[in-house]
Design a protein around this ligand. Structure first.
Ligand SMILES: Cc1ncc(COP(=O)(O)O)c(C=O)c1O
Length: 372
């Protein structure tokens, strides 16, 4: 039989600055390690895509990813760490399915397109109260404490820590007297995760954590005890917890890459270091907006500006389109705003390099000088 010992990673190819909102850039050391592991995970002679999820090699991958996740987020045994499928969108349904029932109310802080979707899903299971409704201000900010009005006895309060489309982010979690559930899909592990006060944190992987196909769910085990008991096991968090995320075949490759990203995050100095780096990266672009003399307008109000998705506009939709096209010609892709809102958006998640933000800021100065 031919051996695979002479297989080598492909030569490095040209890569450009990818400002995609997700799936998004991954750290290059992670890509290199994943590439090797496709051929053989450690010295097993079997690639990560080919290992049984019931074998010792994958068990070690899963245990390592979970341990690193717990260290990064500071989670003790009172927390379940689950690697699920179905994207963040399945969580929009699974959370109310488990915790909301006719006659009970869940509160939602409505800050954009992703909370709108979560709200629509929840309405199928019980009453929904909008503890904040950002529709009237076109989602240009996240609520101040005084803007939040909870219902009498919510079974949980849902918020989205970073609004990927609007480009707004909570500076800190809302303080509410209800079990708090966070959709952290687009800023998870981009800064320290203040789990205190939360019942659950859910996050699709494909922005800050790894490839699409795995959803990270952190849940307090005492909160999970409140879930209804008559759901099929695949929709029941406690069953996933009892089976260590292997109730059925887990998304093994996505979990492995997530584990590599967790290792990379630890090597970068952890979440405090990522927060400093991400704030500095975003500031480079916000500074270019603010020094443009009104040529660029930021979508988010100061105080709600996201460090992950910087949203802005030029004076016209035509110039927005021209900006995105010219940027692409300069090896910067993915700068068009979401199709529902238009404008421009620079998504600069953890793995996006500071040099890309500097390159974009310089391009913005030049574009404004030529078209202002
Ligand atoms: C904040 C937020 N929540 C949820 C989703 C939906 O994630 P998924 O496509 O994994 O279901 C997205 C996708 O971009 C998102 O940005």
């Amino acid at each position: 039989m031919e051996t695979t010992s002479d297989v080598r990673p492909a030569p490095r190819v040209k890569r450009i600055y990818n400002f995609s909102p997700g799936p998004a850039m991954l750290p290059e050391p992670v890509l290199e390690q994943a590439q090797e592991d496709l051929w053989s995970l450690g010295d097993t002679g079997i690639g990560i895509l080919e290992h049984s999820h019931r074998g010792a090699a994958f068990a070690a991958v899963l245990a390592d990813a979970e341990a690193r996740c717990r260290r990064l987020a500071g989670l003790g045994d009172e927390w379940a760490v689950l690697f699920l499928q179905g994207g963040a969108t399945l969580q929009f349904a699974m959370v109310p399915m488990n915790f909301l029932s006719p006659g009970t109310t869940a509160d939602y802080l409505h800050t954009g397109a992703w909370t709108r979707k979560a709200i629509a899903y929840a309405r199928a299971y019980g009453d929904v109260h909008l503890a904040f409704d950002g529709e009237s201000c076109a989602f240009d900010h996240v609520p101040e404490p005084a803007e939040i009005a909870l219902s009498a006895e919510p079974v949980y309060a849902w918020y989205c820590s970073n609004n990927t489309i609007a480009g707004t982010q909570y500076p800190s979690p809302p303080e509410v007297a209800a079990p708090l559930i966070c959709d952290a899909s687009s800023d998870v592990f981009g800064r320290p995760l203040p789990v205190a006060g939360h019942a659950m944190v859910i996050a699709g992987a494909q922005k800050n954590l790894g490839p699409a196909g795995c959803t990270l769910v952190l849940a307090r085990r005492d909160f999970l005890e409140r879930a209804r008991r008559d759901l099929p096991p695949i929709l029941d968090y406690r069953q996933h917890d009892a089976k260590g995320s292997c109730l059925n075949t887990p998304p093994a490759f996505a979990i492995h890459v997530m584990g590599l990203v967790f290792r990379w995050l630890e090597e970068q100095g952890g979440l405090e270091a990522m927060a400093r780096r991400n704030a500095a990266k975003a500031q480079l672009i916000y500074d270019a907006i603010d020094r443009s003399g009104g040529f660029y307008r930021a979508v988010a109000r100061p105080g709600s500006r996201s460090s992950m998705n910087v949203t802005f506009r030029t004076p016209s939709a035509d110039l927005d389109a021209r900006f995105a096209d010219e940027a692409l010609a300069h090896d910067m892709s993915g700068l068009k705003g979401h199709r529902s809102v238009g404008g421009l958006r620079a998504s600069i998640y953890n793995a996006f390099p500071p040099s890309g933000c500097r390159t974009l800021a310089d391009f913005m100065d030049d574009f404004a000088a030529r078209h202002g």
